[in-house]
Ligand binder design. Structure first.
Ligand code: FES
Length: 106
């Protein structure tokens, strides 16, 4: 039986110990140096935003900060590109609906 290789194994990375972030109230592990999108993907979360018009699910697409599909609300700040924001211990990520400013609508 062969051992399953992870991306960290392939590049011989030795990340520090995992820490916890929360996504929609759910605790998830993250590693130092991981982006929020990478941590969500590693936990099996593929969607963390809905489109403005039709409420369609979105997550990471380009992974390099070009497409804006990965917008999320991070620690109460909407419109953060999850593929560029490093995960930090205790971060709270919530699914972003629409333009992320629904609480400001008058
Ligand atoms: S996945 Fe395209 S900007 Fe983040």
């Amino acid at each position: 039986m062969t051992r399953r290789r992870t991306p960290a194994d392939v590049v011989r990375a030795a990340p520090g110990p995992a820490f916890e972030i929360r996504f929609d109230g759910r605790p998830l592990p993250a590693l130092p140096g991981q982006s929020i999108a990478a941590a969500l993907w590693a936990a099996g979360v593929l969607s963390w935003r809905t489109t403005r018009r039709d409420g369609r699910p979105r997550g990471a697409f380009c992974g390099i900060g070009s497409c804006f599909d990965c917008l999320a609300t991070v620690n109460g700040r909407p419109n953060q590109r999850a593929c560029l924001v490093p995960a930090r211990p205790g971060d709270t990520i919530t699914t972003q609906e629409g333009h992320g400013h629904a609480d400001l609508t008058v």
